[in-house]
Design a protein around this ligand. Structure first.
Ligand code: PLP
Length: 385
């Protein structure tokens, strides 16, 4: 096999940390019990493992274990939160507010609700990717039941002001949901201090396994009502039926535990690597940084390049680095990233964007190689014009 490119796509997914896998393995074979089996030890040991992850996740966001509902990932958690609230509260009101830069797993459920007759306000963002709180305030109506604003953006890494949004929502008795798929384990999260009512989580962006996530659902002040989107055996307090996937749940807990323990040092390390990469790339004429320069995830660098063809750029980078343009989830579609166009970019500049997702296993040496190759590629393409 030839040498593989340097992996710099940690906002699409991450590898399972080698400390996570061994914790999962026994739950595939000898500890295979169904956590819902209450009459024997096979069930009890699985249930104990599930409980442990519930406790880890709850502690990570300052919630209680009963407020954690396991799902197959953040896509399902977002669907459950948004459609579940819409269905449970439609008599109170039928207006939902979200943001132009949200992940499609938030935008699409909102569009679906729109097709059913709900009113959806999609807030614009400022040039730096942050929402304008006065715009949010203006958008609130008596019939608004939910505000959904992501914690950290998957393309440009921008961190939205959660505490301010939560404060505003609670003041108006509107539920606040946040998609924290990119935030858990990377930045401090506190559902009490930030007044968050629903929070979507996933394991595979923090070195846990794919196919497992969770939705935090507030139980007190207020107690959030949620219409289940999947009916069956009544698991997860009736909010999400289906046999729990114990090995993945164990991996999720272990991954979050590690990420929290290393959060501070890792944030510092990744910030240094990102700054190093940006210092080098910003020497080249026509390279722009996308998103707020400071209020962003430590390992995220997203750039647009003037005077090059987007497809040629990616092709040139490919042998050396695994990066993506636009959002990885929609790389099958050729439209420019909706996140970059929301920043006010022309379609052309939105097409020539590159997202460097630096993560736990990247080294300084790799960043040097990446910078050197990226600069050479960009300059040679610019010179061709
Ligand atoms: C990856 C991601 C999702 C989807 O999560 P899955 O667990 O893959 O379903 C949703 N929102 C954001 C912001 C993401 O980065």
């Amino acid at each position: 096999m030839s040498i593989r490119p340097i992996y710099l796509d940690c906002y699409a997914t991450t590898p399972v940390d080698e400390r996570v896998l061994p914790a999962m393995l026994p739950y595939f074979t000898e500890k295979f019990g169904n956590p819902a089996s209450i009459s024997h030890v096979y069930g009890w040991e699985s249930e104990a493992a599930v409980k442990q992850t519930r406790e880890i996740l709850a502690a990570a966001i300052n919630a209680t274990p009963e407020e954690i509902v396991f799902t197959s990932g953040a896509t399902e958690a977002n669907n459950l939160a948004i459609k579940g609230v819409a269905e449970a509260y439609f008599k109170k009101g039928q207006h939902i507010i979200t943001v132009a830069t949200e992940h499609s797993a938030v935008i699409d459920p909102c569009n679906y609700l729109k097709s059913l007759g709900f009113e959806i306000t999609i807030l614009p963002v400022q040039k730096d990717g942050l929402i304008d709180l006065t715009e949010l305030k203006k958008a609130l109506r008596p019939e608004t039941i939910l505000v959904s604003v992501m914690a950290a953006n998957n393309e440009i890494g921008v961190l939205q002001p959660l505490a301010e949004i939560g404060e505003m929502c609670h003041e108006h008795q509107i539920l606040f949901h946040t998609d924290a798929a990119q935030a858990i384990g990377k930045i401090p999260l506190d559902v009490q201090a930030m007044k968050i009512d629903l929070m979507s989580l996933t394991a595979h962006k923090v070195y846990g396994p794919k196919g497992i996530g969770a939705l935090y659902v507030r139980r007190r002040n207020p107690r959030v009502q949620l219409a289940p989107q999947q009916h069956g055996g009544g698991h997860e307090r009736g909010m999400r039926s289906g046999t729990l996937y114990t090995p993945q749940i164990v991996g999720f807990g272990k991954a979050v535990e590690i990420a929290l323990a290393e959060q501070e040092t890792e944030t510092q390390r990744l910030t240094q690597l990102r700054q190093k990469l940006w210092e080098k790339l910003s020497q080249v004429e026509g390279i722009h940084l996308n998103g707020h320069p400071q209020q962003r995830l430590a390992g995220n660098l997203n750039i647009s390049v003037e005077g090059v063809d987007g497809a040629a750029l990616l092709l040139g980078l490919q042998p050396v680095m695994a990066v993506s343009s636009g959002s990885a989830c929609s790389s099958a579609n050729t439209a420019p990233s909706h996140v970059l166009t929301a920043l006010g970019h022309s379609e052309k500049l939105a097409y020539t964007s590159v997202r460097f997702g630096i993560g736990r296993f990247n080294t300084e040496e790799e960043i040097d190689i990446v910078a050197k190759h990226a600069i050479a590629t960009i300059q040679s393409l610019q010179n061709k014009r």
